[in-house]
Design a protein around this ligand. Structure first.
Ligand SMILES: NC(=O)c1ccc[n+]([C@@H]2O[C@H](COP(=O)([O-])OP(=O)(O)OC[C@H]3O[C@@H](n4cnc5c(N)ncnc54)[C@H](OP(=O)(O)O)[C@@H]3O)[C@@H](O)[C@H]2O)c1
Length: 358
């Protein structure tokens, strides 16, 4: 049987390329999509060699079947084109941001074309929007939509589920990100600019989601050694404030990022960095869950190259969804609602994404 096709929208961006390479390495067929046909064709030529050399190539693409790497130039305002793309694929991995501008047309096409959907959003608002507006349509279409299945978001969502497994109540759940060496891509810089200037933020406190202005503060998060306690920007606007309360019985959820991350000189000025330079990030993602009567639990992951880890997580999810190994229920789901948290984290550890400490 032919391998399933996974579409990557925004394939010629840094994240899209990494996702495409991961999928090809796993034997999938890829449909590289985006608005720039010439850039997609150039990428297809680069990836064709990888497609031929991977272990499952012959099985995935018999000589009389379609090529393993195809391209499709389609803009976000071309509804019919996007729908056609979705109809041809088992899954679309959406890699074009900022997602505040791009999420809805691709998500709507996935519903119309009955194709599973995974994205790389960081921003809480588009994540909230998919949960608030697309759940019923996704259920009717029988598809699974998982926003923010990436480094920021998906990994913390899984970790929160793993750390709190069996806890009947959680007073406060804090996600601490320690990131060094971040070299943002053009789309990441635009996303950061939008997020930094955002007035109305999504928060989750006292058991309720709210949208409104918040006071940005500095606090200290106790990372395990060798990172140790660090000054943090709190809250850091990332979509797990929307996803984690869906499955963790927490009264408050907040994400925080090391203040030093944005003090590094290269972070906002590396739009032209090479993939090798971008790979030089180091990270710890830690979750601390406090119990109502005192005590609580901690867990963390530690590794390098946040871009690759995000791509790996979404490719793993796409392969599972394409093979019919996804959740039994359709709808918009968080990463940990869609996939069993501990086995999924162990799988990412096995693939080299990070070391897991639970
Ligand atoms: N949650 C996470 O941990 C995580 C991890 C990685 C990436 N991300 C997010 O993913 C997005 C992409 O990141 P990246 O590193 O791949 O950025 P990038 O290298 O700058 O690539 C951006 C891609 O998006 C496409 N794009 C942007 N706006 C578009 C529009 N209006 N219509 C069609 N295509 C559009 C670009 O197409 P053109 O080449 O035609 O401009 C390009 O293919 C960013 O928003 C970033 O924040 C999140």
């Amino acid at each position: 049987m032919d391998a399933p096709t996974v579409a990557i929208y925004g394939a010629n961006g840094h994240t899209g390329r990494l996702v495409a390479a991961e999928l090809l390495a796993r034997g999938a067929r890829v449909l590289l999509a985006g608005r720039d046909g010439a850039a997609l064709d150039a990428l297809a030529a680069e990836l064709a060699e990888l497609a031929d050399s991977t272990r499952d190539a012959a099985e995935a693409a018999p000589a009389d079947g379609p090529a393993r790497v195809r391209t499709r130039a389609v803009s976000l305002d071309d509804r019919d084109g996007l729908r056609g793309l979705a109809e041809e694929c088992a899954v679309v991995v959406h890699c074009a941001g900022p997602f505040a501008e791009t999420a809805v047309p691709v998500a709507e096409a996935a519903v119309a074309g009955r194709c599973h959907y995974v994205d790389h959003a960081v921003e809480p608002h588009p994540v909230k929007k998919l949960f608030d507006t697309m759940g019923a349509a996704a259920e009717r279409a029988g598809i699974v939509m998982v926003p923010q299945l990436s480094f920021y978001g998906g990994v913390a969502d899984l970790l929160a589920a793993a750390v709190t497994e069996g806890m009947t109540g959680v007073d406060r759940l804090t996600v601490g990100y320690s990131v060094t060496g971040w070299r943002m891509t053009p789309a990441a810089v635009r996303t950061a600019e939008l997020l930094i200037g955002e007035i109305d933020r999504v928060t989750f406190a006292d058991g309720a989601q709210r949208v409104g202005p918040v006071e940005i503060r500095n606090t200290v998060f106790p990372f395990p050694p060798p990172v140790g306690p660090r000054t943090m920007i709190a809250p850091f606007p990332s979509g797990e404030v929307v996803t984690i309360p869906r499955h963790v019985p927490a009264r408050s959820v907040e994400s925080q990022l090391t203040a030093s991350t944005f003090e590094e000189q290269q972070v906002f000025t590396s739009q032209d960095a090479t993939p090798e330079e971008r790979a030089r990030t180091e990270f710890t993602v830690a979750v601390q869950a406090t119990a109502p009567g005192g005590g609580g639990r901690n867990g963390h992951v530690r590794g390098r190259d946040i871009w690759w880890v995000g791509a790996l997580a979404s490719a793993e999810a796409a392969v599972r969804l394409a093979r019919g190994e996804g959740p039994s229920k359709a709808g918009v789901l968080s990463t940990a609602e869609a996939f069993p948290a501990v086995p999924f984290l162990h799988r990412l550890e096995e693939l080299g994404a990070f070391t897991l400490h639970l």
